[in-house]
Structure formats: structure tokens, C-alpha cells
Ligand binder design. Sequence first.
Ligand SMILES: Nc1ncnc2c1ncn2[C@@H]1O[C@H](COP(=O)(O)OP(=O)(O)OP(=O)(O)O)[C@@H](O)[C@H]1O
Ligand SMILES: [Mg+2]
Length: 287
Amino acid sequence: MAGRVELDHVSFRYPEPRPLSGAPVQDRFGDSGVRIEHDGTGVGDGWALRDVCLTVEPGQLAALVGPSGSGKTTLTYLVPRFHEVTEGAVRIDGVDVRDLTASSLADAVGMVTQEPYLFHGTIRDNIAYAKPGATAEEIEQAARGANIHDRIMSFPDGYETITGERGYRLSGGEKQRLAIARVLLKNPPVLILDEATSALDSETERLVQEALERATRDRTTIAIAHRLSTIRAADVIYGMSGGRVVERGTHTELLAAGGLYARLHAEQVGRLGDPGGSEEPRSPLRV
Ligand SMILES: Nc1ncnc2c1ncn2[C@@H]1O[C@H](COP(=O)(O)OP(=O)(O)OP(=O)(O)O)[C@@H](O)[C@H]1O
Ligand SMILES: [Mg+2]
């Protein structure tokens, strides 16, 4: 699988909330007042995504930026089919995701979210979950690639350390690296990355960043990007607002265009007190 991802005139609306009792909730033309709130720039008519076209070529990194509620998470969830399009189609290598089996879709798409799910079990099993039957060597190699091996080895029980709800509580940065280890082990052609917004100490930040570089290399990546370094490394940036893609280009192109991205960038850089924007902020770019 090459990993070409395509959203073709995709629109999506979340199912209407169920009424507690009585008459069904009316649609947007009714008087029920049911509205899905947008970021203020959208039409606010209940569509979380409207007519989104997006193509990411194999191995490319696409960054999604846009205000809260603009549809970034919703968009990424359509790729592994956590949600299904209302209109249009999502394709991987030209195949509609609705025509893929659940297992081939799971093999094709890896996820690194802000709060990776860890089940109660050993760290080894939590990594191996991505590839049942993986050898100890493969697991360790993935952990090394994700910059988490040394940390795991510093625990008295190493890979046998129990984690999850009632076990050893991994830190945010450790959890993220564990999620990256899963991706390296599974080696899917497509990666969805929801970059953490929480600030990490600079050493952890470096370890996470380096691990992410390995995970995104030679892999189609759609990143909800908050770090300037990720956004700058992107082959293409999609600016989202009110469920629509409102601009598309590289960091340099979009800064020059003076639109949404340029505004978000200026706000962020201004807040960080670095008007030149030349240095990587210590905290992630919250756009
Ligand atoms: N489960 C849901 N049910 C109904 N509406 C939802 C649901 N999840 C999100 N929405 C709505 O869909 C729109 C897009 O939300 P989404 O979470 O995709 O935005 P986002 O760009 O990821 O925002 P953020 O930067 O805050 O994570 C918003 O109007 C939001 O309220
Ligand atoms: Mg989101």
C-alpha cells in the first residue's frame, strides 16, 4: 500500500442529538434551535465539515491548522472510518474506505492521539497490541525508535512493568512515545497525528520530536499540528475554518498570503514574544 489519502468533496454532520422525549428534534430548517456551534466563521448550519477536498500523496506530511471547532479532529476521524462521511468519499490508494475490511483499514492507518489509550497490562503488551505476535526484538526496536526504550529499562520491571489505570502511571511524554512505538511496530502507510498541546519539558520535547520525525518519515501523515517545527516541515498546510478548507499551501506561501494561517501564526508568535518567528517556541503552537 502506497498510502495516498484523498477526501473528495466530503461533508459530514454529527447525528442529531436524540430528544429526551416527545417529538423528534427538527432539522436546521426547523425551530428547535439545535445548532452545532462553530468557531464563529462558519455557517453554523450543523455541518461539521462541508465540501472538503484534500489529497495527501504517499509519504507526504499534511498539517491541519485552524481554530477550535473548525473540524480538524472530525476530518482525521473520517480516515480510519471512526465516523462515516455524510456526502463525498474518503479513499486510500483510490479505494473508498467503506470498501475496505475493518482489518485492512486498521492495518493501513495508525494513530497517535493526545491521550493514547493504555490498557491494564505490561508495557510490552501495550506496545505489542499494535502487532499481535510481534517478537521481543521487534518490540524493543520500536521502543528504541520511539525514544522510550531507555526509560522502560530504567523501571525495575522493565518491559514487564504493569501500566494502565491501576498500574504505573506513565507521564504525558512517555505515553506519546509509547503510542509512537506502536506506530513504528505496526508500520502503517498512513499516520494520523493529533499533536499534544501540553507543554513538555525541553528534554522530553526533544525526545518526542525526534521520535515523531522517525514515525512520519516515508509515511503519509495527516497531522493536527501545534508545533511550529511540524508545521514548517509539512509539505502542505490546510487552513480550516467553520468546517471548510479555506486555504492550502506551504508555511512560506501561507505567510505571504496573509490569511488565516498568517494570522494564527502572528498571534502565536506574538504571544511568545518572538516577533521574528525564527525560534522554535518552548510551548507548542496552539493554532
Ligand atoms: N461528538 C460530537 N457530536 C456532535 N458534534 C460534535 C462532536 N464532536 C465535535 N463536534 C462538533 O463538530 C465541530 C468540529 O469539531 P472538531 O472537534 O472536529 O474541531 P477541532 O478543529 O478538532 O477543534 P479543537 O482544536 O478544539 O480540537 C464543532 O462544531 C464541534 O462542536
Ligand atoms: Mg480537535
